[in-house]
Structures are given as structure tokens and as C-alpha cells.
Design a protein around this ligand. Structure first.
Ligand code: FAD
Ligand code: SF4
Length: 401
């Protein structure tokens, strides 16, 4: 069966065990297994559950029989897989992989591909839609305090009809309005609430439950193909008979678009609110957040966690008094200004920096604010393929401006 870019279908695994363990039909897992079994890739990069559902562990799988261990969606999996691929797999210079990507994984991997840090030809991006992730420790606290449940009893969380629902092993469901939880500082991470990509159209294909209605509700995934590479993979798995497909119901396609548009509108509103009071200019933003930055204890956590910080010889390690680790505490203002200049045209709002900051500085919000100014001035959007010049990496010519 020929599959083309733009094609959409419902799908579920033909393998009963994977179908059962997978989040919505086990299609991602089945595709990954097929790619490994047929030597189309050397390894699969995915996420496995560690000690419980709040513990997301990145993994490199080379045995097709092990892929099933990575089935299922971990909503407290705030990790970004781009660094795993660029740093620990050397940007896939010598190996071919398939990687599961939330939109922020896909954006960051794409940004690193543009910068030559990940080899595009060696990577198949299997995208999953994402409405947002929740940091594990505050989520456990929220489940105890607000849901009055034992976090160990919770087997599944999902956002449905505006509520964040927790399901326990004995089938009990408890939900609270996500908007109200988030007003109180709970729920999805701050950067996820601002996230402007919910269906990863920059991956080779995107899979999610939105839009699956009728008999297949909860049992299948909606698949959309975004590249020739994705079309080739999907046609191969269909031909091999490892997944079953069905035409999507038009009403379902409509619902998927509606949910996506609604979530994007909410993200835009949150972004506008977060950026209120600053012009987006670097100096202006820096001035606005000076009190926050003065809390910095210069642990370098943000730099280490950032998937887009890839210099091997970082200028922040140079022998000047303001750079020497611990030389000034709080860090001299230039420490953050330097990072800001490096991130300004690259940041994908993945939130890793905020996630690790022990001083609770809203680093991602600051970088996202200045990155949006770059977008406004240069029309450059980080995380998407384009031939446009990268504003602070090259001067525009008339062909790439
Ligand atoms: P499976 O075969 O179960 O495979 C799931 C894959 O996702 C595995 O490879 C696994 O390793 C990987 N994975 C699990 N957790 C993470 C993580 N935290 N980060 C990166 N990869 C991970 N779909 C929607 O339509 N709307 C949503 O709002 C939505 N939110 C999601 C939020 C998260 C955090 C995730 C991971 C997925 C979300 N999805 C959403 C997608 C949906 O849950 C399913 O992943 C998708 O339908 C594919 O189902 P499947 O049975 O084929 O996947
Ligand atoms: Fe999902 Fe976007 Fe948050 Fe990434 S930043 S986890 S894609 S909502």
C-alpha cells in the first residue's frame, strides 16, 4: 500500500501483547520493533518506566524483544531526548536510530540537526502528540494533598475535557479542572503551558489519541505522516502486516483539529501573560529578571541540562574571575547574559533548565521571551527545518534571509 506525506489513519498493533501494553494500540512500539528486526536502524531510543510511573528513564534498545519494555506514555517524563542523541550517541555519526519524540524532543533534535550536531539521514523521528508533562515531585505532592490519593495507587493520569484525571489500580477516577490547578502552580510544567507545538509536525510522523472516536476509542492511535521518510516507514509496517489500520472518521479528524487549536490558543495566551511587562529585548529582559538571577548559586545545572548547549570548550569555564566556577556567588550578571546570547536563536522552550535549577529561577521563561523577540525581528523559528539563515550564526544573504 502506497503511503504519502499528509496521509492520516487509525492504527493498532497486530501483536496482542504490544497492543495490550501500548498506550493506545502500541503502534509506536510495533514500528520501533519492526525497524530493529529488519536492520533498518541499529538501535531505538525511547523512554522506560523506572521504579514507578513518576520515573522516566531514557533507554537505548538494540534487541527487538526488549522494545516492548518501553511501551506506554509517561506523563511525568519531563526529560528531553535530544541531549541523549547528540552527546551520548555522538549525534548518530556512526549509527542509525529511531527515536520517540514529544514535540519538544523533535524541535530540539531538529535544531541540533541544523547545527550539524545530529546527522539527519541517520535518525527516524517517531513523534507523539503532547498536551504537556508534569514534574514528578510536585505531582506526587499534588496527588497526596489535592487528590487525597496514595501516589503509589495511581496507575494512569490523563487530561480529558479540561480535567486532570487520576486513575487508581482499583478503577477509581478522580479529576480536577486543569486550569484551576495550574492557577495554583500545580499541573503541567510552566513551559508546557506555553508550548506552541502539540502535534509534532517536524517529526517524520505523529501519533496520538486525539481524534480516535467510534469503536476504536482508547484502542487505537491516530497517525499522520509528515515526511517521505515517515511515509516509507509506515508503508513498510503496513505491508509487513505488523499493524492494522482503518480510515479515520471525518468527525474524529475535526475533533483532533479542534482540540489542537484550542490548546494552541491557550498556550498563546499563557505566553502573552508570561511576557507581559518586557519588550523581549535582551537588556530589558535581563533587567526585569535581575532579582531572580541574583539568586543564582552558579551550579552550572542549567548549562549541563540544556540540550542545545553543546560547546566542548565552554567560554564560561575560562580563567576570568567572573567565570571561574564559584568565582562569584551569585554568578556575575555576565554569566547569564553570556548564556542568554548563546540561547537566543536556539531555545526550543523544552524547560530542562527550569526543571533542574535549585534556586527556582524561571530560566526557560526568560530564554523563551528573548527567543520570541528573535522570531519577531528575523522571522526565524527554532526547532523547524528551514533554509533561512540562523540569525546569530550567519549573516543573511539575499538567498537565505
Ligand atoms: P506506545 O506503543 O505505547 O509507545 C509510546 C512511546 O512513547 C514509547 O516509545 C515510549 O518510550 C515513549 N514515551 C513514553 N513517555 C515518554 C516521554 N515522557 N517522552 C518521550 N517519549 C515517551 N496524544 C494526544 O493525542 N494528546 C495528548 O495530549 C498526548 N499527550 C501525551 C503526553 C506524553 C508525555 C506522551 C509521552 C504522549 C502523549 N500523547 C498524546 C501520545 C499518546 O499518549 C501515545 O503515545 C500515542 O497515541 C501512541 O500510542 P501507542 O500505543 O502507539 O504508543
Ligand atoms: Fe510536551 Fe511541549 Fe511540554 Fe515538551 S514542552 S513536554 S512538547 S508540552
Amino acid at each position: 500500500m502506497a503511503v504519502n506525506v499528509g496521509d492520516k489513519c487509525y492504527a493498532y498493533s497486530a501483536n496482542a501483547e504490544i497492543k495490550e501494553k501500548g498506550e493506545y494500540g502500541g503502534v509506536v512500539t510495533t514500528i520501533m520493533k519492526y525497524l530493529l528486526e529488519n536492520n533498518i536502524v541499529d538501535a531505538v531510543v525511547a523512554v522506560e518506566e523506572g521504579c514507578d510511573i513518576y520515573d522516566a528513564v531514557p533507554c537505548l534498545i538494540t534487541d527487538p524483544e526488549d522494545v516492548i519494555k518501553s511501551a506506554g506514555s509517561i506523563h511525568c517524563g519531563t526529560l528531553n531526548l535530544a541531549k541523549f542523541v547528540s552527546k551520548y550517541l555522538d549525534g548518530c555519526r556512526d549509527m542509525k536510530i529511531a527515536v520517540t519524540c514529544k514535540p519538544c524532543d523533535a524541535m530540539t533534535i531538529t535544531e541540533l540537526m541544523k547545527k550539524g550536531k545530529i546527522i539527519e539521514d541517520n535518525v527516524i523521528m517517531i513523534g507523539v502528540n503532547c498536551g504537556g508533562t508534569m514534574s514528578p515531585v510536585p505531582t506526587i505532592q499534588m496527588i497526596e494533598d489535592v487528590y487525597e490519593l496514595n501516589p503509589k495507587d495511581v496507575v494512569k493520569e490523563e487530561i480529558a475535557k479540561g480535567s486532570l484525571i487520576m486513575e487508581t489500580a482499583d478503577g477509581e477516577e478522580k479529576g480536577f479542572k486543569i486550569g484551576e490547578l495550574e492557577k495554583e502552580g500545580m499541573g503541567r510544567r510552566d513551559n508546557c503551558q506555553r508550548c506552541e507545538l502539540k502535534i509534532p509536525s517536524n517529526a517524520d510522523m505523529a501519533l496520538g489519541n486525539w481524534g480516535v472516536i467510534g469503536d476504536l476509542t482508547g484502542k487505537a492511535t491516530f497517525v499522520e505522516v509528515f515526511s517521505e521518510k515517515g511515509a516509507d516507514v509506515l508503508s513498510k509496517v503496513i505491508e509487513a502486516g505488523v499493524i492494522e489500520t482503518a480510515e479515520p472518521i471525518p468527525k474524529g479528524v475535526e475533533i483532533r483539529d479542534k482540540i489542537n487549536n484550542f490548546m494552541l490558543k491557550e498556550s498563546a495566551e499563557k505566553k502573552a501573560k508570561d511576557m507581559e511587562g518586557t519588550t523581549g529585548d535582551i537588556i530589558d529582559v535581563f533587567h526585569a529578571y535581575a532579582d531572580e538571577f541574583s539568586k543564582c548559586m552558579k551550579c552550572y545545572g542549567c548549562r549541563e541540562a540544556c540540550p542545545l548547549c553543546y560547546c566542548e570548550d565552554c567560554c564560561l569555564e575560562a580563567e576570568g574571575p567572573e567565570w571561574v566556577p564559584g568565582g562569584y556567588t551569585p554568578a556575575a550578571p555576565f554569566f547569564h547574559l553570556t548564556r542568554m546570547v548563546h540561547m537566543v536563536d536556539a531555545c526550543t522552550n523544552c524547560g530542562q533548565c527550569t526543571e533542574v535549577c535549585p534556586c527556582e529561577i524561571p530560566v526557560a521563561k526568560v530564554w523563551d521571551t528573548v527567543n520570541n523577540k528573535v522570531r519577531e525581528i528575523y522571522g526565524y523559528v527554532s526547532g523547524f527545518k528551514s533554509d533561512d539563515c540562523i540569525p546569530f550564526t550567519e549573516y543573511p544573504t539575499k538567498d537565505n534571509r
